[in-house]
Design a protein around this ligand. Sequence first.
Ligand SMILES: C[S@@+](CC[C@H](N)C(=O)[O-])C[C@H]1O[C@@H](n2cnc3c(N)ncnc32)[C@H](O)[C@@H]1O
Length: 240
Amino acid sequence: MASDRMQEPPDPLLHLQRSLQVSLSDDLLPDVGPAQPPSIAKEVIEISFPLLASPVKLSVDPSPGCGGVTWPAGEVLSQYIIRRGSLRNKTVVELGSGTGLVGLVAGLLEANVCITDQQQLLDLMLVNVALNNLSHNVTALELNWGEPLPLDLPAQPDLILAADCVYFEPAFPLLVQTLSYLCTSSTTEVLFCYKKRRKADRRFFALLKKKFSWIEVTDDPDREVYSKQAISLLRLVKKS
Ligand SMILES: C[S@@+](CC[C@H](N)C(=O)[O-])C[C@H]1O[C@@H](n2cnc3c(N)ncnc32)[C@H](O)[C@@H]1O
Protein backbone atom coordinates (compact mmCIF):
# COMPACT_ATOMS: atom_id res chain seq x y z
CA MET A 1 0.00 0.00 0.00
CA ALA A 2 1.72 3.14 -1.21
CA SER A 3 0.04 5.61 1.13
CA ASP A 4 1.40 4.13 4.34
CA ARG A 5 5.06 4.39 3.44
CA MET A 6 7.53 6.94 4.62
CA GLN A 7 9.32 7.79 1.43
CA GLU A 8 12.55 9.27 2.67
CA PRO A 9 15.21 8.17 5.10
CA PRO A 10 15.91 10.39 8.09
CA ASP A 11 18.54 12.86 7.06
CA PRO A 12 20.24 14.16 10.20
CA LEU A 13 20.97 17.86 10.39
CA LEU A 14 24.52 18.77 9.71
CA HIS A 15 25.06 20.34 13.11
CA LEU A 16 23.73 17.39 15.07
CA GLN A 17 26.52 15.03 15.98
CA ARG A 18 25.79 11.34 16.29
CA SER A 19 28.26 8.98 17.81
CA LEU A 20 26.70 6.20 15.84
CA GLN A 21 24.75 6.80 12.67
CA VAL A 22 21.71 4.65 11.97
CA SER A 23 21.26 4.04 8.27
CA LEU A 24 17.70 3.55 7.17
CA SER A 25 15.97 2.06 4.22
CA ASP A 26 14.21 4.46 1.85
CA ASP A 27 11.13 2.40 2.31
CA LEU A 28 10.73 2.13 6.05
CA LEU A 29 7.21 1.03 6.79
CA PRO A 30 5.15 2.32 9.69
CA ASP A 31 3.44 -0.07 12.06
CA VAL A 32 0.86 -1.20 9.59
CA GLY A 33 3.47 -2.40 7.11
CA PRO A 34 3.97 -6.09 6.53
CA ALA A 35 7.76 -6.09 6.68
CA GLN A 36 10.70 -4.30 8.21
CA PRO A 37 14.08 -3.76 6.62
CA PRO A 38 16.24 -6.66 7.76
CA SER A 39 19.49 -4.70 7.60
CA ILE A 40 18.95 -2.54 10.70
CA ALA A 41 19.99 -4.18 13.91
CA LYS A 42 18.81 -3.28 17.40
CA GLU A 43 21.47 -1.05 18.96
CA VAL A 44 22.11 1.79 21.37
CA ILE A 45 23.01 5.11 19.80
CA GLU A 46 23.96 8.44 21.33
CA ILE A 47 22.68 11.73 19.99
CA SER A 48 24.59 14.82 21.07
CA PHE A 49 23.19 18.33 21.05
CA PRO A 50 25.62 21.24 21.39
CA LEU A 51 23.84 22.75 24.41
CA LEU A 52 23.19 19.51 26.29
CA ALA A 53 25.88 18.43 28.73
CA SER A 54 25.65 14.76 27.83
CA PRO A 55 24.27 12.87 24.85
CA VAL A 56 20.84 11.29 24.80
CA LYS A 57 21.19 7.50 24.81
CA LEU A 58 18.65 5.67 22.71
CA SER A 59 17.97 2.05 22.13
CA VAL A 60 16.72 1.92 18.56
CA ASP A 61 14.89 -1.03 17.11
CA PRO A 62 12.92 -0.96 13.88
CA SER A 63 10.98 -4.12 14.67
CA PRO A 64 8.05 -2.41 16.46
CA GLY A 65 7.55 0.01 13.55
CA CYS A 66 8.85 3.29 12.19
CA GLY A 67 8.84 4.86 15.66
CA GLY A 68 11.62 2.52 16.74
CA VAL A 69 14.19 4.76 15.13
CA THR A 70 14.63 8.54 15.21
CA TRP A 71 13.37 10.90 12.53
CA PRO A 72 14.66 14.30 11.44
CA ALA A 73 11.76 16.39 12.73
CA GLY A 74 12.35 14.91 16.17
CA GLU A 75 15.92 16.10 16.13
CA VAL A 76 14.85 19.58 15.00
CA LEU A 77 12.22 19.85 17.74
CA SER A 78 14.68 18.55 20.36
CA GLN A 79 17.26 21.11 19.33
CA TYR A 80 14.66 23.89 19.47
CA ILE A 81 13.46 23.13 23.00
CA ILE A 82 17.05 22.77 24.21
CA ARG A 83 17.84 26.22 22.86
CA ARG A 84 14.85 27.69 24.71
CA GLY A 85 16.23 26.34 27.97
CA SER A 86 14.94 24.90 31.22
CA LEU A 87 11.46 23.41 31.43
CA ARG A 88 11.54 23.13 35.21
CA ASN A 89 8.01 22.96 36.72
CA LYS A 90 6.45 22.48 33.29
CA THR A 91 4.27 19.55 32.35
CA VAL A 92 4.91 18.15 28.90
CA VAL A 93 3.10 15.53 26.84
CA GLU A 94 4.61 14.13 23.66
CA LEU A 95 2.51 12.38 21.01
CA GLY A 96 3.93 9.71 18.72
CA SER A 97 7.16 9.66 20.72
CA GLY A 98 8.66 6.58 19.06
CA THR A 99 12.03 6.14 20.77
CA GLY A 100 11.06 9.04 23.04
CA LEU A 101 13.85 11.33 21.87
CA VAL A 102 12.00 14.65 22.11
CA GLY A 103 10.28 13.84 25.40
CA LEU A 104 13.54 12.58 26.91
CA VAL A 105 15.18 15.85 25.95
CA ALA A 106 12.30 17.68 27.69
CA GLY A 107 13.00 15.46 30.70
CA LEU A 108 16.67 16.41 30.62
CA LEU A 109 15.44 20.02 30.65
CA GLU A 110 13.73 19.13 33.95
CA ALA A 111 10.10 19.02 32.81
CA ASN A 112 7.66 16.43 34.09
CA VAL A 113 7.06 14.54 30.91
CA CYS A 114 4.71 11.91 29.60
CA ILE A 115 5.94 10.29 26.39
CA THR A 116 3.23 8.39 24.50
CA ASP A 117 2.86 6.05 21.58
CA GLN A 118 1.18 2.84 20.56
CA GLN A 119 1.56 -0.26 22.69
CA GLN A 120 4.29 -1.83 20.58
CA LEU A 121 6.64 1.10 21.30
CA LEU A 122 6.13 1.08 25.07
CA ASP A 123 8.98 -1.28 25.96
CA LEU A 124 11.44 0.69 23.86
CA MET A 125 10.32 3.98 25.43
CA LEU A 126 10.70 2.52 28.92
CA VAL A 127 14.20 1.24 28.12
CA ASN A 128 15.15 4.70 26.88
CA VAL A 129 13.75 6.41 29.97
CA ALA A 130 15.94 4.11 32.07
CA LEU A 131 19.00 4.53 29.83
CA ASN A 132 18.88 8.27 30.49
CA ASN A 133 18.13 7.94 34.23
CA LEU A 134 14.89 9.86 33.83
CA SER A 135 12.48 7.55 35.66
CA HIS A 136 11.88 10.27 38.27
CA ASN A 137 10.36 12.74 35.80
CA VAL A 138 9.52 10.92 32.55
CA THR A 139 6.73 8.37 32.24
CA ALA A 140 5.70 6.38 29.19
CA LEU A 141 2.07 5.63 28.36
CA GLU A 142 0.13 3.97 25.59
CA LEU A 143 -1.90 6.58 23.75
CA ASN A 144 -3.61 5.72 20.49
CA TRP A 145 -4.68 8.78 18.58
CA GLY A 146 -8.43 9.17 18.31
CA GLU A 147 -9.07 7.04 21.39
CA PRO A 148 -10.00 8.38 24.85
CA LEU A 149 -6.96 9.85 26.60
CA PRO A 150 -5.33 7.62 29.24
CA LEU A 151 -6.48 8.53 32.73
CA ASP A 152 -2.87 8.98 33.91
CA LEU A 153 -2.16 11.63 31.30
CA PRO A 154 -1.67 15.16 32.70
CA ALA A 155 -4.98 16.94 32.19
CA GLN A 156 -3.67 20.36 31.22
CA PRO A 157 -0.09 20.11 29.98
CA ASP A 158 1.90 23.30 29.58
CA LEU A 159 3.48 21.98 26.41
CA ILE A 160 2.44 19.40 23.81
CA LEU A 161 5.14 18.13 21.48
CA ALA A 162 4.75 16.15 18.27
CA ALA A 163 7.43 15.39 15.69
CA ASP A 164 7.16 13.61 12.38
CA CYS A 165 3.64 12.38 13.02
CA VAL A 166 2.15 13.18 9.61
CA TYR A 167 2.75 10.26 7.28
CA PHE A 168 -0.18 7.85 7.29
CA GLU A 169 -3.41 9.21 5.88
CA PRO A 170 -5.92 7.11 7.85
CA ALA A 171 -4.36 8.48 11.05
CA PHE A 172 -4.76 12.16 10.04
CA PRO A 173 -8.22 12.69 11.62
CA LEU A 174 -7.20 10.68 14.68
CA LEU A 175 -4.16 12.84 15.33
CA VAL A 176 -6.19 16.04 14.96
CA GLN A 177 -8.78 14.65 17.37
CA THR A 178 -6.16 13.80 19.99
CA LEU A 179 -4.48 17.18 19.67
CA SER A 180 -7.89 18.75 20.18
CA TYR A 181 -8.74 16.54 23.20
CA LEU A 182 -5.42 17.36 24.82
CA CYS A 183 -5.45 21.06 24.19
CA THR A 184 -8.03 22.09 26.75
CA SER A 185 -6.39 25.26 27.99
CA SER A 186 -5.54 28.45 26.17
CA THR A 187 -2.20 28.44 27.99
CA THR A 188 -1.09 25.12 26.46
CA GLU A 189 1.63 25.57 23.88
CA VAL A 190 1.70 23.07 21.01
CA LEU A 191 4.94 22.63 19.07
CA PHE A 192 4.44 20.53 15.98
CA CYS A 193 7.41 19.65 13.82
CA TYR A 194 6.57 18.33 10.41
CA LYS A 195 8.46 17.00 7.43
CA LYS A 196 6.62 17.29 4.17
CA ARG A 197 6.75 14.06 2.23
CA ARG A 198 3.70 13.80 0.04
CA LYS A 199 1.02 15.96 -1.50
CA ALA A 200 -1.52 14.01 0.57
CA ASP A 201 -0.11 15.73 3.67
CA ARG A 202 -2.19 18.74 2.74
CA ARG A 203 -5.27 16.72 3.71
CA PHE A 204 -3.90 16.60 7.24
CA PHE A 205 -3.65 20.38 7.29
CA ALA A 206 -7.17 20.73 5.86
CA LEU A 207 -8.43 18.70 8.83
CA LEU A 208 -6.18 20.52 11.29
CA LYS A 209 -7.55 23.85 10.10
CA LYS A 210 -11.01 22.95 11.41
CA LYS A 211 -9.69 22.91 14.99
CA PHE A 212 -6.41 24.85 15.01
CA SER A 213 -4.65 27.77 13.46
CA TRP A 214 -0.87 27.79 13.31
CA ILE A 215 2.14 29.95 12.79
CA GLU A 216 5.60 29.00 11.77
CA VAL A 217 8.21 29.29 14.52
CA THR A 218 10.61 31.89 13.27
CA ASP A 219 12.92 32.37 16.26
CA ASP A 220 14.96 29.28 15.46
CA PRO A 221 18.41 29.97 14.01
CA ASP A 222 18.45 26.48 12.45
CA ARG A 223 15.34 27.18 10.43
CA GLU A 224 17.21 27.95 7.24
CA VAL A 225 18.99 24.59 7.41
CA TYR A 226 15.98 22.41 8.08
CA SER A 227 13.57 24.24 5.82
CA LYS A 228 15.78 23.08 2.94
CA GLN A 229 14.86 19.55 4.04
CA ALA A 230 11.13 20.41 3.87
CA ILE A 231 10.87 20.48 7.67
CA SER A 232 8.73 23.11 9.37
CA LEU A 233 8.28 23.84 13.03
CA LEU A 234 4.77 25.09 13.79
CA ARG A 235 3.07 26.47 16.86
CA LEU A 236 -0.57 25.39 16.87
CA VAL A 237 -3.31 27.43 18.49
CA LYS A 238 -6.67 25.84 19.16
CA LYS A 239 -9.62 27.69 17.73
CA SER A 240 -12.16 28.72 20.31
C1 LIG B 1 7.77 8.73 12.11
S1 LIG B 1 7.57 8.22 13.76
C2 LIG B 1 8.20 9.61 14.63
C3 LIG B 1 8.75 9.21 15.96
C4 LIG B 1 9.37 10.35 16.77
N1 LIG B 1 8.39 11.38 17.07
C5 LIG B 1 10.56 10.94 16.07
O1 LIG B 1 10.46 12.08 15.59
O2 LIG B 1 11.60 10.29 15.98
C6 LIG B 1 5.79 8.41 14.00
C7 LIG B 1 5.29 7.90 15.34
O3 LIG B 1 3.87 8.06 15.42
C8 LIG B 1 3.33 6.91 16.04
N2 LIG B 1 1.93 6.71 15.65
C9 LIG B 1 1.47 6.45 14.40
N3 LIG B 1 0.15 6.28 14.42
C10 LIG B 1 -0.24 6.41 15.71
C11 LIG B 1 -1.51 6.33 16.37
N4 LIG B 1 -2.62 6.06 15.70
N5 LIG B 1 -1.54 6.54 17.69
C12 LIG B 1 -0.41 6.82 18.39
N6 LIG B 1 0.83 6.91 17.83
C13 LIG B 1 0.90 6.70 16.50
C14 LIG B 1 4.19 5.77 15.54
O4 LIG B 1 4.11 4.62 16.37
C15 LIG B 1 5.57 6.41 15.55
O5 LIG B 1 6.24 6.23 16.75
